[in-house]
Design a protein around this ligand. Sequence first.
Ligand SMILES: N[C@@H](CCC(=O)N[C@@H](CS)C(=O)NCC(=O)O)C(=O)O
Length: 306
Amino acid sequence: MTEITLHHYDLSPFSEKIRLALGHKDLDWRSVKVEAVPPRPLLDVLTGGYRRVPVLQIGADVYCDTEVIFRALERVKPTPSLYPTGEGLSKALSLWWDRATWKPAIGVLVDYIGEHLPEEFLRDRKEHYLGYDISKDAMAPQMPAYVQQMTAFAAWLDDMLGEQPYLTGDALSAADLTCYHSLWLLRANCGAEAIDSRLRLSTRLTDWMDRVAGIGHGTSTEMTSDDAIAAAKAATPVDGFDADDDPSGLHFGQRVTVTPDDNARVPVTGQIVAADAQEIVLARDTDEAGLIHIHFPRAGFEALPA
Ligand SMILES: N[C@@H](CCC(=O)N[C@@H](CS)C(=O)NCC(=O)O)C(=O)O
């Protein structure tokens, strides 16, 4: 089987979701560490310019966004599933959590460690990623509101757990990995005790976090970005997803742009080679890595004629 390669950095909570998914499926994978602040020219070759992290690569197939990465991992190794009770609830919970908690979680984070964030990191996040200033001073006036949001949402997770070990039932699902990630970010960087008390995390919730953490990250070996490009060049796209069923009238072979609809709104241009209501795949010819197929989810992205 072609190697599974994750392009990521340690502190990235969205990457932590995927590291845990790789652990859940007990996969061997290659780890390409990228800079926390772009430019990332070698990653851009593979993604066509999509600027967020993580990115999963399997040979010449490249997956942008954790939702479609989960989907790819399901295809590579269906069991244990990331969707033991079906995709709908897990995916809806994940999209809500990612979007509703990202700004408040960053607000709480910078209250604790904001003074240590480099100027170039803050500038990049404001100008090219989030569109707002995440410096400690800029976020301070809203701090009570961030705590209010995180506290409300964490209590909902606690309620969902009830008597069951995981959010959607007896078995772990993608929803657990997603809802874990921003709380992991806060506890790992601000101190678990401080966060547990500030956000009123119950013992039931922190026990669940311990269970999720216990999954681990599978087995990884380091790889350079250059070697990842060489692996893409040596491969041809092989992912079996070949649907021609776009719900909006886009058609096979059409040139389109695909752009996140929330932040880091860099359009990626290519020709449709597969599409349905959940996933779209663009073909791009690159000098450095040959033909690449880039996969995106549909929810949270806009695909429009180029
Ligand atoms: N919806 C995306 C969000 C990814 C995301 O925002 N990742 C953060 C890192 S945790 C990021 O890309 N930050 C800006 C950057 O690293 O360039 C996903 O699920 O993958």
